[in-house]
Design a protein around this ligand. Structure first.
Ligand code: HEC
Ligand code: HEC
Ligand code: HEC
Length: 195
């Protein structure tokens, strides 16, 4: 066997193995993303999320959980973006950050958790502002929204014209209320927002 043929064969074999391993890894990443995206995973793996978020009446009774149609939004629908790489990245980064936060904070009582909530709510909103409410848009098609009341119709028309994103107006959806910062509203383009 000459050298050139040996090298060609090795390159082809390596490329083939690379594709196979890559494919397997992508499949299992998909699986890992799925497994770590359920409300049960988010709350069972972390009691703080169960006690202070998932079983709170404000969450359970929100229009996103108690719906006419039975279509529910879960933690990952709003907090994890779509797409394998983005989903994996968000999972990894927030998994590490949340674990660190659990280890370095004392969330042993509701009061202690509430003391940290404001900052966390701000961070989630800033993230949604930066990604143009991407997770909301995976369910809500902007052009198809038909608010029941005139006020909503007018605000949506204005929002579309001035490129204001969903989270700018629709915060405090499923968790206990946290007042928005004035800088957030200004940056999001809703303060002031006039016709
Ligand atoms: C319908 C979309 C939606 C769903 C479903 C959702 N969240 Fe949120 N979450 C938000 C938004 C928006 C914020 C930003 C704060 C706000 O305006 O309520 C937020 C904020 C948070 C915060 C920061 C602290 C706070 O209370 O604001 C945590 C922690 C959180 N969510 C965890 C969860 C967990 C765990 C679940 C599932 C049990 C979940 N979320 C389901 C939209 C959602
Ligand atoms: C998994 C799909 C899904 C995701 C993700 C989602 N929603 Fe919804 N949303 C729904 C459904 C379904 C309803 C209607 C519930 C009903 O009344 O039957 C709804 C209702 C609403 C309502 C009207 C009820 C209310 O609470 O005022 C608003 C406003 C809204 N969504 C905004 C948002 C925003 C903003 C986001 C992103 C943070 C978001 N949604 C993410 C599915 C979703
Ligand atoms: C400038 C503020 C503003 C922006 C930006 C905005 N909305 Fe709204 N939206 C409203 C108002 C106001 C209402 C009417 C609320 C009411 O009637 O109680 C409304 C109503 C809704 C409803 C409920 C419809 C109904 O009548 O029950 C949904 C769902 C909704 N918006 C989703 C979204 C989504 C998704 C986005 C982003 C694509 C978005 N909105 C952007 C202000 C806004």
């Amino acid at each position: 066997m000459n050298w050139r043929r040996l090298i060609t064969r090795s390159v082809v074999t390596a490329a083939f193995l690379g594709v196979a391993v890559g494919f397997a890894a992508a499949l299992s990443l998909e699986k890992i993303d799925q497994l770590t995206s359920t409300d049960t995973f988010c709350s069972d793996s972390c009691h703080v999320m169960a006690d202070y978020v998932a079983y709170q009446p404000v969450y359970v009774n929100s229009p996103h959980r108690t719906t006419y149609t039975g279509i529910q939004a879960g933690c990952a629908d709003c907090h994890i973006p779509e797409g394998l790489l983005q989903a994996t990245w968000t999972h990894a980064v927030s998994g590490i950050r949340d674990t660190w936060s659990l280890l370095s904070n004392d969330f042993s009582s509701r009061e202690k958790w509430h003391a940290s909530r404001t900052g966390m709510a701000y961070r989630v909103r800033d993230w949604m502002l930066a990604n143009d409410s991407a997770t909301c848009r995976s369910c809500h098609e902007q052009d198809a929204l038909k608010p029941r009341r005139e006020r909503g119709v007018r605000r949506h028309r204005l929002a579309q014209r001035k490129h204001v994103t969903c989270i700018a107006c629709h915060y405090n959806l499923v968790h206990q209320k946290v007042a928005p910062r004035r800088e957030f509203l200004r940056k999001a383009g809703v303060w002031p927002l006039t016709e």
